[in-house]
Design a protein around this ligand. Structure first.
Ligand code: VG1
Ligand code: CO
Length: 901
């Protein structure tokens, strides 16, 4: 029964929308004002076609013909063949001789045979249409603003994917049907080359095969060696979606040059080594993917039903449904381990990533996928799962860190440096939640890094997230054997039919990274420093992944005593600690260096204090630098490394000197002063390392200005350079040791200390007093409301006087990437005071659950007499102002930070 009422679809109201069909083009031209605008510009002719028709190019000969004809409307038609008999055809209306279009939906059931008679109705519409815009306007005006197109009635179900849902009538119009609305309209027969629509995978495989060529002016043409395109008919159930065809042809598209007909039934995989000649039919009734043997197949039916399958390489599709909240944050996806261990949870994210890679054109079958992590709980299981899913998604080679261990900077180095060209890594999964605690009750994390070695850019992480919201199934080779990741070596697994294989290589965790570091620093002068009697150091790896790297460098290369490396054996829960190198969490080291959690000196009478102390976070990309009873803020550390780079570090010296520096927005402006002094290009980016990569790749990838050699850093204990595309903890430690070695070249003189170097720097540039207050684990609603309020009040706050500070600007930081123009909004609420002081608020994007508010406070002090104040005192008033500005007490119920750094 037709109710003539709009359809209702409770399960998904989006299905209630009735797509109008491309006949809507004319209404859209009028409604959007485009028609008038085009006419005003003096444009007379319009050529339109379906976007899937790769043959629809703007052919000047046809345009000339159309212009000369004087007709208001012209349709390009092709001669109908067997393949086209079900589609609409051109006709002459008997009553008045008007050209009209007849669609199958307009044909009475008993006239079907005549409709499909290609000798009677010889032409079909290609939907390549030429329209005189002035005539269009006239016709529209005459008809009260629309074109009276015939309605097409389609019988559908309200949910197109569910045949059992409510039956509906979908009304649409077709743009070609307008031929009947213009008197004097005409048609022209064009060669098939003007009609190359890609509607089904049948068309796509043909187009991608050697049956078609791409001309120099990018037209897809039937290969001149063929008089007729092969007739392809793929199993419509198996190859409905492009993904399925791509899986089936992951090893290349077979040759169809000598093929007349190709019919495929059942799930198969082909390769470019297959050549189909004449009429070939492939059948696989087994339900399991079977591989068509390489070689020529001529006029034959290949029955693969009982052929050996892929065995351990057999992918299966597992049904799943989306999990909420799989949006990667500042550095990947971080969640409670328990959440990640839920069935399908990690599978969904990994499949969403593989799908996004395919969408962006990454060929995962070429090169290598790197897999490793910080050694936290559930890493080993996740690694095996990623291998099994990788194989199912077409990955042929893996590099896995021994014992699953790879630090974040080492992964970046491996992607960039390891292997011959044909093995070069295309990307990596890094299993880390970095500085977040680990273990079954704590956090797990996963992130994807790209071919340049850097974290996935926002464009990719957004795509991954969208995929996680629609995922229905994932692919996995459940029978792929578990790989022993505890010892180095290579395992190749071959499919049962011998057609394919995948190789998993367990690689040394530290080798590539340590080799790279040796090319950057002057190791012999660092060794001289370390060997001095008056120099001692300790490096705390906090039970994270950095331990093996610290040992490889300091014990194996520099020959230092084992006591230099503290907490250097990775454990899966970081020994119950919080592997975050700051004054609060690196308690043990901080006490050894003679400080308390506020950075104040403690009584160390009778105890020897090392000259140098450093700590790393869980995944080895962060660093904390300490001198004897002295804490170096990360912002100062960045500025000082930049100031000494050219003198103390060969990597910079030998490449003509440092060119560019960058800091994240909340990081203090100490490095800005060095940049201004030394004429470096300076950039201020949003929080997170992914934004630095484009600046480092500005020339090599984007062909723009070169900013390398390049140094960048964040206030959150991250520092690095363009030697990799991640922050690099051990790099920063070696950079500091290089500066110390440079300042202490004369071994007969007393040691110039870390503290002296920092004070000398302040004396020259002034001091940026800086601190960050973290409010961890507050309720998300309150935190969000607080941020919204400050955002809403931004313009009202601008110009306001608070205490002795006047707010010059209050805004929400927006970053426009100077290299690729991409825009990142809502990157932190800023209060920029008239005297240059700053207060900034952000919500953390790395929290595994709940919310963390970060409050950043900075005040510059050039006065030589005021360089030695305790930070809390120097920032006392500004801190009060900051608390007032955000009113965190009201929104989050607390004013006491969990961590101050
Ligand atoms: C934090 C830091 C940020 C850093 C990120 C990843 O992010 O503030 O500077 O890049 O962690 O570091 P957020 O969004 O929580 O403020 V790591 O060493 O945890 O990968
Ligand atoms: Co980290």
């Amino acid at each position: 029964m037709v109710t003539s009422q709009p359809a209702v679809c409770e399960s998904n109201p989006e299905n209630e929308w009735c797509p109008p069909g491309h006949g809507d083009l004319y209404a859209a031209l009028v409604g959007s004002g485009s028609l008038d605008a085009l006419l005003e510009q003096g444009i007379k002719y319009m050529f339109v076609s379906n976007s899937d028709n790769l043959g629809a190019t703007l052919d000047l000969a046809i345009l000339t013909h159309f212009a000369k004809s004087g007709a208001p409307f012209m349709m390009e038609c092709c001669v109908r063949t067997e393949n086209d008999k079900k589609g609409g055809h051109l006709a002459v209306r008997a009553t008045d001789g008007q050209l009209i279009l007849r669609e199958s939906a307009m044909c009475a059931a008993d006239d079907e045979a005549a409709f499909q008679d290609i000798s009677k109705h010889r032409f079909f519409n290609t939907n390549n249409l030429w329209v005189r815009l002035d005539s269009l306007k006239e016709t529209l005006d005459k008809n009260g603003g629309f074109i009276p197109l015939p309605m097409i009635k389609n019988a559908k179900t309200v949910d197109p994917k569910d045949d059992s849902s409510q039956k509906v009538v979908q009304l649409e119009t077709a743009m070609g049907a307008a031929i009947e609305c213009f008197s004097g309209s005409t048609a022209i027969t064009v060669p098939r080359t003007r009609f190359a629509p890609v509607k089904k995978c049948d068309d796509l495989i043909l187009l991608r095969s050697d049956a078609y060529i791409i001309t120099d002016d990018f037209r897809a043409l039937l290969n001149p060696a063929l008089s007729k395109a092969p007739v392809v008919s793929l199993d419509s159930k198996q190859y409905k979606l492009v993904n399925a065809l791509e899986d089936a042809t992951q090893d290349g598209v077979p040759s169809l040059l000598k093929c007349t007909r190709l019919t495929i039934k059942g799930p198969v995989r082909m390769s470019k080594k297959c050549k189909f000649v004449g009429d070939v039919s492939i059948v696989n009734g087994s339900g399991e993917i079977k591989v068509v043997p390489a070689g020529e197949h001529k006029d034959t039916t290949i029955d693969l039903t009982n052929a050996p399958g892929l065995g351990p390489l057999k992918p299966v599709s597992v049904k799943t449904s989306p999990f909420e909240g799989q949006k990667p944050g500042t550095s990947g996806l971080r969640k409670k381990t328990k959440v990640v261990m839920k069935e399908h949870y990690l599978n969904n994210f990994v499949q969403a990533t593989f799908d996004a890679l395919k969408e962006t054109g990454v060929n995962v079958s070429e090169g290598t996928l790197v897999v490793g992590g910080d050694g936290r709980y559930f890493n080993p299981e996740a690694i095996q799962m990623i291998i099994q899913m990788g194989v199912a998604n077409g990955v042929k080679r893996f590099w896995v860190g021994q014992d699953g261990l790879l630090s974040t900077p080492a992964v970046s180095a491996i992607i960039r440096e390891r292997g011959p060209v044909w093995q070069k890594a295309f990307g990596a999964f890094i299993l880390t939640a970095s500085h977040n605690p680990g273990g079954p009750e704590e956090d797990f994390g996963i992130k994807y890094n790209c071919e340049n070695g850097g974290p996935a850019p926002e464009k990719l992480t957004d795509m991954i997230y969208v995929n996680t919201t629609t995922i229905k199934s994932y692919k996995i080779c459940a029978d792929f054997p578990k790989v022993d990741i505890s010892s180095q070596g290579s395992t190749t697994v071959t499919s049962a039919d011998g057609s394919a294989s995948a190789t998993v290589e367990i690689i040394p965790s530290t080798q590539n990274h340590v080799e790279l570091l040796k090319t950057i620093f002057d190791f012999s002068s660092i060794k001289n420093l370390l060997d001095r009697d008056d120099f001692t150091m300790v490096y705390d790896s906090m039970h994270g992944v950095n331990g093996p790297y610290a040992k490889a460098v300091f014990i194996d290369v520099f020959g230092q005593d084992g006591s230099v490396c503290m907490n250097a054996n990775p454990t899966d829960d970081f020994n119950g600690g919080h592997a975050d190198p700051n004054l609060t969490y690196a308690k043990e080291l901080v006490a050894i260096m003679g400080l308390d959690r506020t950075g104040a000196r403690i009584d160390m009478t009778g105890k020897a204090i090392p000259s140098f102390g450093a700590a790393a976070d869980g995944d080895g990309d962060r660093n904390m630098i300490l001198g004897t009873q002295f804490f170096v803020t990360p912002s100062d550390s960045l500025a000082i490394i930049a100031a000494y780079a050219d003198e103390a570090i060969p990597f910079f010296k030998e490449q003509g000197g440092l060119k560019g520096v960058a800091r994240s927005m909340p990081t203090s402006g100490a490095v800005d002063l060095v940049a201004a002094d030394k004429n470096f290009d300076l950039f201020e980016t949003p929080t997170g390392w992914k934004y630095f990569g484009n600046l480092m790749d500005s020339k090599v990838i984007y062909g723009g200005k070169d900013y390398t050699p390049f140094i960048c850093g964040e206030e959150s204990f991250g520092t690095g350079s363009n030697h990799v595309r991640e922050k690099d903890g051990i790099w920063a430690v070696l950079a500091w040791l290089s500066i110390l070695a440079y300042k202490n070249q004369d071994a007969t003189k007393p040691l110039v200390t870390v503290e002296e170097i920092v004070r000398e720097h302040w004396a020259k540039y002034g001091r940026n007093y800086y601190c960050r207050w973290d409010f961890e684990g507050v309720a998300s609603e309150g935190a969000n409301a607080m941020m919204d309020k400050m955002r809403a009040d931004a313009s009202a706050n601008t110009g306001r006087q608070v205490g002795s500070y006047k707010i010059a600007i209050s805004d929400d930081f927006t970053y426009v990437d100077p290299v690729d123009g991409s825009v990142s909004k809502k990157q932190g609420i800023r209060f920029l005071m008239e005297d240059g002081s700053r207060v900034i608020f952000r919500l953390s994007g790395t929290a595994g659950s709940g919310a963390t508010v970060r409050m950043y406070i900075e005040q510059y002090q050039p006065d030589q007499d005021k360089l030695d104040l305790p930070v809390s005192e120097a920032l006392k008033e500004l801190t009060q102002v900051a608390l007032e500005l955000c009113d965190i007490k009201t929104f989050c119920g607390t004013e006491t930070p969990t961590v101050i750094t």
